[in-house]
Design a protein around this ligand. Structure first.
Ligand SMILES: Cc1cc2nc3c(=O)[nH]c(=O)nc-3n(C[C@H](O)[C@H](O)[C@H](O)COP(=O)(O)OP(=O)(O)OC[C@H]3O[C@@H](n4cnc5c(N)ncnc54)[C@H](O)[C@@H]3O)c2cc1C
Ligand code: FES
Length: 264
């Protein structure tokens, strides 16, 4: 059930160029959230900006009662968010949206994340490991510094294979290229993916060719975040007659439901 909550900020720091980690106490939220869901975050203590900003749950630790967000500064809202002090409050609404579908029994799972698309995959990795699945992640970014989250996956026992555009960590290139050459691809049961749409289009194509079940997480501009304003409505397939609301019907969809027609 979505709730309004004010969490005490436990830590808030820059972890990479433009990227911040915000950790706050929110026991009920941490207990109820599932991977792939997001929060609508008030980015300043005032009503300016009026609209909350959607941020994925990077991690939610039910035992500690702690939620962590990982966000990149791209505009006014996220820039103001960086100013929230430790010991102050962060005002959030959530958990919102339909998250990832967890397997009913342990499976071989590959996570594929590009840029800030790594953000919703850590909590997912944690839950998959708890369920006994074998989990690996392929993570892509512009450079090594922006792959800061890699250590967090390794700490959960999830092997992290980096790929960077400038070659400063792992293989040089794009994460979908690493996936295409992945030697164990035919043993993979599931792929979960989040990142830029061009990357998710390429990953979906590979999953389809290898007959692998997959889910991806879509992003749209959002206003209300709860299905009331139609601000996030979009078509999943060209020729669809009905629009979906990314905030309520998603943000996670099965790869077979989505054709990233802008780029595919
Ligand atoms: C479900 C969901 C989960 C998200 N999770 C995360 C996360 O975990 N970490 C993170 O860093 N970001 C995440 N985002 C993106 C984040 O919401 C936006 O970056 C943020 O709202 C920008 O606010 P702003 O006021 O700083 O920028 P604005 O001033 O509103 O915009 C600055 C620039 O960013 C673009 N932009 C703003 N929002 C979006 C969006 N939703 N999609 C594409 N472009 C956008 C604008 O067009 C503009 O060019 C998520 C978005 C969604 C929909
Ligand atoms: S953001 Fe309002 S309907 Fe999705």
């Amino acid at each position: 059930m979505a709730r309004l909550e004010k969490g005490i900020i436990l830590s808030h720091r820059q972890v990479a160029p433009e990227i911040y980690s915000l950790e706050f106490a929110a026991p009920a939220l941490a207990r109820e959230a599932s991977p792939g869901q997001f929060l609508q975050v008030r980015t300043s203590p005032t009503y300016d900006p009026l609209l909350r900003r959607p941020i994925s749950l990077f991690d939610a630790e039910a035992e500690r009662g702690v939620v962590t967000l990982l966000y990149r500064v791209v505009g006014r809202g996220t820039s103001l968010l960086t100013e929230l002090p430790v010991d102050g409050l962060v005002d959030v609404m959530g958990p919102l949206g339909r998250g990832f579908t967890l397997p009913e029994r342990p499976e071989k799972v590959l996570l594929v994340g590009g840029g800030m698309g790594l953000a919703p995959l850590l909590f997912l990795g944690r839950m998959l490991k708890q369920g006994g699945s074998q989990v690996k992640i392929l993570g892509g970014a512009a450079d090594a510094q922006r792959l800061w989250a890699g250590n967090r996956f390794e700490r959960l026992g999830i092997s992290f294979s980096p790929v960077t555009v400038d070659g400063s960590a792992g293989r040089q290139g794009l994460v979908a290229e690493l996936l295409a050459d992945w030697p164990e691809l035919d043993q993979v049961d599931r792929i979960y993916c989040c990142g830029p749409e061009a990357m998710m289009a390429a990953v979906s194509k590979i999953a389809r060719e290898h007959n692998i079940w997959g889910e991806l997480s879509l992003e749209e501009h959002m206003a209300c975040g709860v299905g009331a304003c139609l601000g996030c409505a979009r078509l999943l397939q060209p020729g669809d007659t009905g629009y979906v609301k990314i905030c309520k019907d998603g943000p996670v969809f099965n790869m077979s439901e989505v054709q990233l027609f802008k780029l595919d």
